[in-house]
Write a protein that binds this ligand. Structure first.
Ligand code: FES
Length: 124
């Protein structure tokens, strides 16, 4: 039911944890399944130099957060904003239909963290 990529990211998730003094933090949840995803960003000169995630959720949510962090690391803020849940699903070689919302959570968490970063920047 799950692709090898999903299983691999679920068993060996990348960039797990928190970042102290993160420049942006985004937390989103899905009211339906109750899963929660949090993403921390470290940004230098508009480039995401480091990223971590904490996901209290299903295996697919862990796999989508893991791959999403890899996809935005080293990218500019504008590039990271282009990340779609569709791209996350493609990068994982697909997700079963009932699990597509987990990838939406990953897109939303990245966007929420960037929004937080932008808010903090505008207050500087
Ligand atoms: Fe809801 Fe995976 S079941 S995020």
């Amino acid at each position: 039911m799950y692709s090898e990529k999903v299983m691999e990211h679920f068993s060996n998730p990348r960039n797990v944890g928190e970042l102290e003094n993160a420049d942006g933090v985004g937390e989103v949840g899905n009211a339906h399944c109750g899963d929660i995803m949090k993403i921390y960003l470290k940004v230098e000169n508009d480039v995401i130099v480091d990223v971590r995630f904490k996901t209290f959720g299903c295996g697919a949510a862990i796999a989508t957060s893991s791959i999403a962090t890899e996809m935005i690391k080293g990218k500019t803020i504008d590039e990271a904003l282009q990340l779609t849940n569709k791209a996350v699903v493609e990068a994982l070689d697909g997700l079963p239909a009932p699990k597509v919302h987990c990838s939406v959570l990953a897109e939303e968490a990245v966007k929420a963290a960037i929004e937080d970063y932008k808010n903090k920047q505008s207050k500087k």
